[in-house]
Ligand binder design. Structure first.
Ligand code: ADP
Ligand code: ZN
Ligand code: ZN
Length: 751
């Protein structure tokens, strides 16, 4: 019998596969997970190829230790997707494939437990009737346990133990009483628990009658054959979600095994979508709709991943990481808010989930729907060229819901006329907030800066509180009584006096969400003010609780960062105030205005959704700026086309393709020297003749955590030439020394 060898991908920066003897009794199949010796350790790898011959000398070949039988092999299509992502983003296959798998699969010591049955407790009818009443009122732990049992279809033993260390003993006693039943379920293939944290669906609605534009969109998606990229351009509140729901319903009804993938940019948007999908697809088992995002507990994420991999999950709702889920019967992909920068992973494998979704649809010959009120200029340009089919929803879906009126408040003029303002809130804005409060309507105040004040400064000597580890100022956080560095997390107490000159009158400069929250509370007496930003939602589940308060009408004024701007369907918001938008108008980053415009359109879109007339007030020093004028006319198309024309003239994306080489050194000189050597190395690469190389420059925040950072931009009008250059460049970069770290980013968003 000929000996078999396998080529295995490992999570390792070297972009090669590693050969091993197979030796195992079962047939060798690509896509199988194996445990293999690597150096002095055992690591988990993915079999990519099976062969009868290896170039590695026989005495150096080692054998596969163990085969993961708990996980059916990943498909050839999935391996091809991972290989494409690795190739395009200049990484090793294993660096892409292995991190895309659930943690439990990447640790061979846990494979046995994956196969071991999971213990699940559920309430019997007797238990449901008896349990809460027989418990003493003060037995909080027991009550929590009973509640957890009542709140879901079943309670896994591990979750019970997490509630209370002695939970299992209690459950055994309850089992003896006949109140709970214990089931043993094959863990790897078990159906996921119906999430107990899901927002309860709103009262079952009759299906809305689609608008003409919605019908056209749904039919186009349903009737698509083969690879069919759609750009669903729909103004805020135009009912894009309804289009997704109907199109998916048609596609899933046409094939009883078909799977749909819907990507959303933010974890916080998943509950809203999950509720809408569960309500609409009530005929599907609860377990046929699963979520995949980084906020899930590890076990839940693994179960949901398996449900997708096994084809049991019909609808997968997830954030960017879900684009790499294994979906053997994938039939349609939706990317909601496709313009959102959150689809770009900013560390490790710096991929764009939107771009991979397009690739995946192309690879499998599927429809893919990119939805947005403000498409990225990349996608808009594809549609302009006819490569994506454009579907337009030009009006709001709800009868009477018009787009809000936009009013610019000229801060210079307010000042010239000596009109009163309170701590950066102009008179007209305060008056408008008070009017909404009097009418019982909600308002939203948006500014993209968290914390209390971005700087703490001394008037006497000019000292400004800075981070000892970064070249950045630290942000004053008043509720937490701390100065915090937003780049490295460094924290200290607020000094009582200036450390340089002893002056006790040190004062906050500028405004963040905490300070605006404080100002609003006094400027709009009687208003219930709620702040939503990364600080107020740090605890798991707290964002959802806060958003529910808004939906329940327990909040009059919501103040927050872009977290409140995205996607939420607030029914009673009739006013949106925008503070501090000007800073992005004159940024060195050519994408800043695109991002600002999208954010302002998004946040404006929260106003007046349910028929209340909506108004947006933008405080600015530049009321004549073209961006604000386009905003006032809700003119995405005008903004997009004029910005595209500028980009074309300036040879910027999407008319050129870019990549960034970043280096981190102990000194800035070291980082720059590395980049200069790297640039010199391009001279020997043929494809680089069609690539423009810029000067190596320090990053805006040059030092973070004592590490100095610099970057080198390369670009080309030819994607192929850029790709070939990067590929040939890598071995050379690996040989260069002198820096702590370097990385390549393809299609960077922040330059
Ligand atoms: P978008 O995602 O485009 O901003 P949504 O999908 O959130 O818009 O829809 C906005 C509102 O319009 C929602 O409350 C939704 O229930 C409602 N809606 C959508 N389509 C229709 C329709 N055809 N008729 C009536 N209401 C609709
Ligand atoms: Zn001082
Ligand atoms: Zn810092």
């Amino acid at each position: 019998m000929t000996e078999l060898f396998v080529r295995v991908a490992l999570d390792h920066p070297l972009p090669t596969l590693f050969d091993y003897r197979w030796g195992a009794s079962q047939p060798a199949v690509p896509g199988t997970l194996v445990s293999v010796p690597f150096g002095r350790r055992d690591v988990v790898g993915l079999v990519c190829e099976v062969t009868t011959h290896s170039e590695v000398p026989a005495d150096r070949l080692r054998s596969v230790n163990a085969v993961c039988t708990a996980c059916p092999p990943l498909s050839a299509e999935w391996l091809a997707l991972a290989a494409f992502a690795a190739d395009y983003y200049q990484r090793g296959l294993g660096e892409v494939a292995l991190p895309a798998l659930p943690q439990a699969l990447r640790d061979a010591s846990r494979w046995q437990r994956l196969l071991a049955p999971e213990e699940r407790y559920s309430l019997t009818p007797q238990g449901r009737a008896a349990l809460p009443d027989v418990l003493p009122a003060r037995a909080t732990a027991l009550r929590n346990l009973a509640q957890a049992l009542a709140g879901a279809d079943f309670l896994p033993a591990a979750d019970a133990r997490a509630l209370h260390p002695k939970a299992i003993a209690t459950l055994a006693a309850w089992q003896a009483e006949g109140w709970v039943a214990l089931d043993l379920v094959d863990a790897a293939t078990a159906l996921p628990a119906a999430s107990s944290t899901t927002t309860p669906p709103r009262a079952p609605q009759a299906l809305p009658t689609l608008t003409g534009e919605q019908s056209v969109a749904v039919e186009a998606i349903r009737d698509a054959r083969g690879f069919a990229p759609f750009l669903l351009h729909g103004v805020t509140g135009s009912g894009k979600t309804e289009v997704y729901l109907r199109a998916l319903a048609e596609i899933l009804a046409a094939d009883a095994h078909a799977q749909a993938l819907l990507l959303v940019p933010e974890i916080n948007l998943t509950p809203q979508f999950e509720a809408a999908f569960r309500a609409r697809f009530a005929a599907l088992a609860d377990s046929a709709i699963v979520t995949l995002h980084s906020g899930l507990a590890e076990g839940e994420r693994a179960r949901n991943w398996f449900a997708a991999h096994a084809g049991r999950a019909r609808i997968v709702l997830g954030t960017r990481l879900a684009v790499l889920a294994s979906l053997p019967r994938l039939a349609v992909i939706v990317v909601d808010e496709e313009h959102d920068p959150a689809y770009k992973q900013q560390e490790g494998l710096r991929y764009s989930a939107r771009d991979l979704a397009i690739y995946r649809a192309k690879q499998l010959g599927l429809p893919v729907v990119l939805g947005s009120a403000t498409p990225s200029l990349e996608s808009w340009w594809q549609a302009e060229q006819g490569r994506y089919r454009r579907l337009t929803l030009s009006r709001r879906a709800v009868a009477d819901a018009a787009l809000p009126t936009v009013r610019l408040i000229d801060l210079e003029e307010e000042r010239r006329r000596g009109r009163a303002s309170v701590e950066g809130l102009s008179g007209p804005l305060i008056a408008a907030l008070k009017a909404r409060l009097a009418r019982g309507e909600q308002s939203l105040v948006f500014l993209n800066r968290r914390g209390y004040a971005p700087q703490l400064a001394c008037d006497a000597c000019g000292w400004v509180a800075g981070c000892p580890r970064c070249s950045a100022y630290v942000v004053l956080h008043k509720p937490e009584r701390a100065l915090r560095c937003h780049h490295c997390g460094w924290e200290s107490r607020i000094p009582r006096s200036c450390p340089d000159c002893g002056n006790v009158d040190i004062a906050p400069m500028g405004r963040g969400t905490q300070r605006v929250e404080e100002t609003l509370a006094s400027a709009v007496p009687g208003a219930r003010v709620l702040r939503i930003d990364a600080d107020s939602t740090r605890r798991k589940g707290s964002a959802q609780a806060l958003f529910s308060d808004v939906h329940a009408g327990e909040v009059d004024i919501l103040v927050g960062t872009q977290m409140i701007a995205k996607g939420h369907d607030f029914q009673r918001v009739s006013l949106v105030g925008v503070l501090n938008a000007d800073t992005a108008l004159f940024s060195h980053d050519f994408r800043a205005s695109e991002r600002l415009f999208a954010q302002l359109m998004q946040v404006s879109g929260r106003a007046g959704r349910a028929g209340l007339p909506g108004e947006v007030l933008v405080q600015t020093r530049y009321p004549r700026h073209a961006l604000y004028h386009a905003l006032g006319r809700h003119d995405y198309v005008g903004f997009a086309n004029s910005t595209l024309a500028e980009r074309r003239d300036a040879h910027l994306p999407p008319f050129v393709y870019q990549a960034l080489l970043r280096a981190e050194g102990r000194t800035l000189e070291a980082a720059l020297a590395f980049l200069q050597q790297a640039a010199a190395g391009l001279a020997g690469i043929a494809a680089a003749e069609r690539v423009t190389v810029y000067d190596a420059v320090p990053l805006t925040i040059v030092k973070v955590m004592h590490v100095h950072r610099a970057q080198l931009l390369v670009e080309s009008a030819s994607r192929a030439a850029l790709q070939a250059t990067l590929r040939a460049w890598q071995p050379l970069l690996r040989n260069l020394k002198g820096v702590l770290r370097w990385s390549l980013e393809v299609d960077p968003l922040d330059i």
